[in-house]
Design a protein around this ligand. Structure first.
Ligand SMILES: [Zn+2]
Length: 278
């Protein structure tokens, strides 16, 4: 009988908790290590819609990328959405496990899956290598098999990522040629300077704010920017994480069923445009 302890051991052998940033909160959030685990649902966000999906499918464990509690808490009362989620999970004997920045820097990690989703082929190297092991690190740099215009690459990336209301925002000359590409799943503001120094043609990430993006584009000869939905940039990793868990456990004679959540947990539901600006 596969137990939660077996599954957690396998997940932590793939996504070592020691790789997580010091401010992060990764690992088992709730769940009894002796509980049986047959079905594991992978999702980006620990939110009510994902818990509903887990209960509907009969999952015993949810593995999310984002932590439920990132900072200290003194209460899991069901008076907040987080406390309610904990109650729902415990009442239904569903565990919750988080692999966050330890999955970002893993090799392969979150940005490898993103790079493949937007069409990069061939070797990928970390955009910002980890100090203790340069094979791991944040973001990835790689190449397209053939040059594309920025416009064509943005369309390809949009097709490769799951759909979200906001789509992709593109900054730069749409006719410029791009071949070397940097990507970083999630909020990539902090890697703007690193992407420029890497000499890539375009940097694709999420959550870019006005001032950093504006100042980045004002400097001459830098990369173009593509800003995607945070959720969409991390979602491709779920399939890879599910595959690695299932195959790792299979190698030990343990069978679990995995599923990747298709619930779109991006916060933005639609966009509105001024007709005059079209
Ligand atoms: Zn994220």
């Amino acid at each position: 009988m596969p137990t939660l302890a077996d599954v957690v051991r396998e997940l932590e052998s793939t996504y070592d908790p020691r790789w997580a940033e010091s401010w992060d909160a990764v690992g088992l959030v709730c769940g009894d290590p002796s509980s049986e685990v047959r079905r594991v649902l992978f999702a980006v966000d620990p939110v009510a819609a994902v818990a509903d999906e887990a209960l509907h499918w009969g999952a015993d464990l949810i593995v999310t990328h984002h932590p439920l509690y990132l900072r200290g808490t003194t209460s899991v009362a069901a008076t907040t959405f987080k406390g309610r989620l904990v109650h729902t999970l415990i009442k239904n004997d569903v565990g919750l496990f988080t692999a966050h920045t330890n999955a970002d820097v893993a090799d392969p990690g979150v940005s490898d899956a993103l790079a493949h989703a937007v069409g990069l082929t061939g070797p990928l190297t970390p955009l910002l290598p980890s100090a203790d092991d340069p094979r791991r690190g944040l973001g990835r740099v790689g190449s397209l098999p053939a040059p594309l215009s920025l416009r064509e690459f943005a369309r390809q990336a949009a097709r490769g990522l799951p759909g979200t209301a906001g789509g992709l925002r593109v900054a730069g000359d749409l006719d410029r040629e791009v071949r070397r590409v940097a990507v970083s799943g999630g909020s990539g503001d902090s890697l703007l300077g690193t992407a420029r120094a890497a000499g890539v043609d375009v940097f694709l990430t999420a959550d870019l704010r006005h001032h950093p993006a504006s100042e980045f584009m004002e400097a001459p000869d830098g990369p173009a920017l593509i800003d995607a939905a945070h959720w969409a940039t991390e979602w491709p990793w779920l399939t890879e994480a599910a595959r690695r868990l299932a195959s790792g456990l299979a190698g030990k004679g343990i069978t679990v069923e995995t599923r990747v959540s298709e619930t779109v947990t991006d916060a933005w539901k639609t966009t509105a445009e001024c007709e005059d600006l079209k």
